[in-house]
Design a binder for this molecule. Structure first.
Ligand code: UGA
Length: 454
């Protein structure tokens, strides 16, 4: 099928590339000429395992191309995905300006029936707003009857595992209108996603509003599990309980399950923080408070300080003359994404307290520096005390402690004896519970994890 993706960011690129790999002819549109030039010259603007090879092979096969030509892109696709950003507004609501601008561009160039798919995470009611913009644009061109139908098809992929998640979905949510155009759109969407439904029907068809809500509910549920465990982990620290054993103890109940119960430094990234805030905002707009989610957000903000608290407990609030090794900057492994990364809170706090930092991250170093320059724009001199190491062990030399923020694989089984020899004192503050407290104790370390008292 002919597919157009509007917005070649994270979700758009992964969606377009994977759909091309399934045999469709995909055109990815973006207004950023530099991004399109980069993609056309074989570069990839984001780090995502497996994506670069897949882009290359599908571009070479002639199934995937990149353009800034709006008219050509809109004409190309029978199905047009809107996959542009919905950044949070100042009040926490999702800013729809890019989504509605994309709808306007479609309306300006559309001829004949098109399925317009909202792939971006958008609040309930956005499908109707997109349809209204399309109708207005068509009326202005004197084409009020040119057909279209707006479908909601939220994305559930995780950064760092995006290609795998797209290619092996556990569900495909389709929100469609209950009219003739909606049924026509549904038939086309079913054809597009047929390869995923061969052995097992994964499509969940519903109305547009429910589909839009489903996306927020999924992220809100996952964020709730994380904040719940972080809250319990802090209590576990006080009452001498190992939260890891508790996680296994409760996860074995199939009603609870094991996933997304890892205590840590709080959730970050571009989705959970933004989507929780947006849902809280939607509720308030409708005169309701989502009290559980408001608490989820408050607990998460507080949890981003957990490592700062542990460092201050160990060294006091004045860190002048202290040096810390820091492993991991990205908000999670296998990505260079620094959006809402807990490491930003830690780095700023340690630098402000006078510390020196030697940080390592396998891929996020440039993104991290960019983010930290923004965070510390008013106090740029602080960054003079931040250095980067090329290898994890190099960061440890002469450091007063190692602080672990992101659970990259490379940090999972270090040579403990070498680690101890490099550190000035054998202290590891671990925000991801990577090691067994007993093993650390045997190796002669003081080990401060999250909810795992020694
Ligand atoms: C999340 C969802 O998992 C995806 O299903 C969804 O499609 C995506 O948001 C989105 O809305 O686009 P993502 O933000 O890429 O995906 O990453 P996750 O793996 O979900 O991790 C989010 C944050 O939660 C990370 O900071 C991670 O460290 C933290 N986390 C996760 C925990 O602290 N504990 C856990 O047990 C799991």
């Amino acid at each position: 099928m002919n597919v157009t993706i509007i917005g070649s960011g994270y979700v758009g690129l992964v969606t377009g590339t994977c759909l091309a790999d399934l045999g469709n002819h995909v055109v990815c549109l973006d207004l950023d000429q530099r991004k399109i030039d980069l993609l056309n010259s074989g570069g990839v603007p984001i780090y995502e395992p497996g994506l670069d090879a897949l882009i290359q092979s599908n571009a070479e096969a002639g199934r995937l191309s990149f353009t800034t030509d709006v008219a050509a892109a809109v004409t190309h696709g029978e199905i047009l995905f809107i996959a542009v950003g919905t950044p949070p507004d100042e009040d926490g609501s999702a800013d729809l300006k890019h989504v509605l601008a994309a709808a306007r561009s479609i309306g300006q160039h559309l001829r004949g029936f098109k399925v317009v798919v909202d792939k971006s995470t958008v609040p309930v009611g956005t499908g109707e707003k997109v349809a209204a913009v399309l109708r207005d644009a068509l009326a202005a061109r004197d084409l009020p009857d040119a057909g279209f139908s707006v479908v909601s098809n939220p994305e559930f992929l995780k950064e760092g595992a995006a290609v795998e998640d797209f290619m092996r979905p556990d569900r495909i949510v389709l929100g469609v209108d209950d009219d003739e155009a909606g049924q026509r759109a549904l038939a086309l969407m079913r054809r597009l996603y047929a390869p995923f439904n061969r052995n097992h029907e994964r499509t969940r068809v519903m109305d547009v509003r429910s589909a839009e809500f489903t996306k927020y509910a999924a992220n809100a549920m996952l964020a709730t599990r994380i904040s719940f465990m972080n809250d319990l982990a802090n209590l576990a620290d006080r009452v001498g309980v190992d939260i890891e054993l508790v996680r296994q103890g409760i996860g074995s109940d199939p009603r609870i399950g094991y996933s997304f119960l890892y205590a840590g430094t709080g959730y970050g990234g571009s989705c959970f923080p933004k989507d929780v805030q947006a849902l809280v905002h939607t509720a308030r707009e409708h005169g309701q408070r989502l009290r559980v989610l408001e608490a989820v957000e408050a607990v998460n903000e507080d949890q981003k300080q957990v490592l700062v608290r542990k460092v201050f407990d160990a060294f006091g609030p004045d860190l002048a003359g202290r040096r810390f090794a820091l492993w991991g900057l990205a908000f999670k492994p296998n990505t260079d994404d620094m959006r809402a990364a807990p490491s930003r809170v830690l780095v700023a706090a340690l630098l402000r307290a006078g510390a020196e930092i030697v940080a390592h991250d396998p891929v996020a170093r440039d993104e991290a520096l960019h983010a930290l320059r923004q965070d510390l724009a008013a106090e740029p001199a602080l960054l003079e005390r931040l250095r980067f190491a090329d290898k994890p062990m190099q960061a440890l030399e002469g450091a007063d402690a190692l602080v672990i923020v992101t659970e990259w694989k490379a940090y999972r089984s270090p040579n403990l004896a070498a680690m101890k020899a490099l550190l000035k004192q054998p202290l590891v503050v671990d925000g991801r519970n990577l090691y067994e407290p007993e093993a650390m104790q045997r190796a002669g370390f003081r080990y401060l994890a999250v909810g795992r008292p020694m």
